[in-house]
Design a protein. Structure first.
Length: 174
């Protein structure tokens, strides 16, 4: 936990999240002036698993190999940017994980700044959601990747199964 919140504040936050786990986590972190990682770790334990940031590249490589639609989200106080589609091929070079391509999703991710990856399954806007939140060394979000949905709007079971298995293996290894 981040020392910016005292024990009483942590207990209050845990209680609030137990009652409403679907709250926008980034807004809650901003309102408390604490890192997102602190808020995530106050969610009920059954809703999240923590993985080492060193799993950044293997995880993105695995998801690219699916060639199926996911949603990548990056949000700040001023914008929420979303991309939905297959993850592009990436490779490590010059200190970045570089998503290749000239159209669609592409860019450069400083993977060495990832301290933790959280696998989270929780309700959001009355629907089940599942995502990975990549946190930097300050405990703040780098970006999120949400499990895709099928034609009926349900979470893709193949992606859920693969990510649950990956997260479980990482938890066992820690």
């Amino acid at each position: 936990m981040n020392p910016t919140l005292n024990a009483e504040q942590i207990t209050a936050l845990q209680s609030r999240l137990a009652k409403n786990p679907g709250i926008v986590l980034e807004q809650l972190a901003d309102s408390l002036a604490c890192p997102l990682q602190t808020v995530i770790e106050c969610l009920p334990n059954t809703l999240w698993q923590k993985m080492a940031g060193s799993q950044f590249v293997p995880l993105l490589d695995m998801m690219h190999a699916w060639h199926s639609s996911l949603t990548v989200i990056s949000n700040s106080n001023d914008a929420i940017l979303e991309f939905t589609g297959p993850l592009p091929y990436g490779e490590v070079s010059h200190g970045f994980y570089n998503w290749q391509g000239s159209t669609g999703l592409h860019g450069h991710l400083r993977f060495s700044q990832c301290s933790a990856i959280y696998w989270i399954e929780r309700p959001f806007m009355n629907k089940p959601t599942a995502c990975l939140i990549f946190c930097n060394l300050s405990g703040d979000p780098m970006f999120k990747i949400f499990v895709g949905r099928n034609e009926a709007g349900e979470l893709r079971q193949d992606q859920l199964d693969a990510l649950r298995q990956f997260a479980a293996q990482q938890s066992e290894a820690q």
